[in-house]
Design a protein around this ligand. Structure first.
Ligand SMILES: [Zn+2]
Ligand SMILES: [Zn+2]
Length: 136
């Protein structure tokens, strides 16, 4: 994914006012890269920003998605996760430890039938299974 030196500037370039909360939320996503949910971001940042509400986290993430600087991962129906890496990559969720791993694939690796003359803007590849750490 792209290297970001100054998160405040990065938000400004993407037409987002860099409030302390927005900078902290983006910084969390960008540095941890653990595909967090609204709840886990809120839990991690509440000590640092006691005024932070879950609604603010949710609305901030929604804005980031709209501006295209993060992407949504819907690997589970009942769980929305967020990813600051918007490049095309796949997600593997371990059904034992719950960790979501990134993996790389190339669009040319996937044979798609039935979409001739369509423009593809996004490709999501979700795989579930058991990771190598849980297998041992
Ligand atoms: Zn695992
Ligand atoms: Zn990812």
């Amino acid at each position: 994914m792209i290297e970001i030196k100054n998160i405040g500037e990065y938000l400004k370039v993407n037409k987002i006012m860099p409030s302390v909360q927005r900078v902290k939320i983006f910084e969390y996503l960008y540095t941890k890269r653990n595909h967090p949910t609204v709840e886990s971001i809120h839990k991690e940042l509440i000590d640092e920003i006691p005024t932070l509400s879950k609604t603010t986290v949710y609305n901030t993430l929604k804005q980031f998605v709209e501006k295209g600087i993060i992407q949504i991962i819907n690997i589970e129906d009942n769980e929305t996760r967020y990813d600051a890496d918007t490049s095309t990559h796949g997600h593997f969720k371990c059904i034992k430890c719950g960790i979501v791993y990134d993996f790389l694939f190339d669009n040319s690796d996937i044979k798609i039938n039935g979409l001739d003359n369509f423009d593809i803007h996004q490709t999501h590849l979700y795989i579930k299974g058991i990771c190598k750490n849980c297998k041992n």
